[in-house]
Write a protein that binds this ligand. Sequence first.
Ligand SMILES: [Zn+2]
Ligand SMILES: [Zn+2]
Ligand SMILES: [Zn+2]
Length: 136
Amino acid sequence: MDLFSRKPAHCAVCGAPLKHRHKPKREWNVKGYLCGDCHVTKSTEFYEAKVVQPCVVCGTRYRIADMWEPRWQWDMDGLLCKGCFDKKEVDHKSKKSTCAHCGAQLGFIRYNPKPKWRMEGQLCRKCWDDTKAERG
Ligand SMILES: [Zn+2]
Ligand SMILES: [Zn+2]
Ligand SMILES: [Zn+2]
């Protein structure tokens, strides 16, 4: 026999006496039962937490469906809004257009380092020649 079963139940969130007990979901981390209103509020909250996320760059919340995954080269976690994604992409491209060795701006003509040099990015003519003279 449960001695407490006759005690009138109250909503665990707002404390209102319960006509209907609504069971909270386990992930809500609520002990006891909820009234109808609080149950709806909680479900919406948790639903939104699943479908809405802040952009990792600007922190504005967006629907996940409207957000972008960072490119793997960016070495980031999380999701970005469209604006931050575009900005990041431009940043990344402009970073790529400088010589990986001396940092000089590269024009249209750029040189890919040989794989055995183990360098990332691209080189200007001079650095490519120098590296080749040094490492073959
Ligand atoms: Zn309630
Ligand atoms: Zn953003
Ligand atoms: Zn260079």
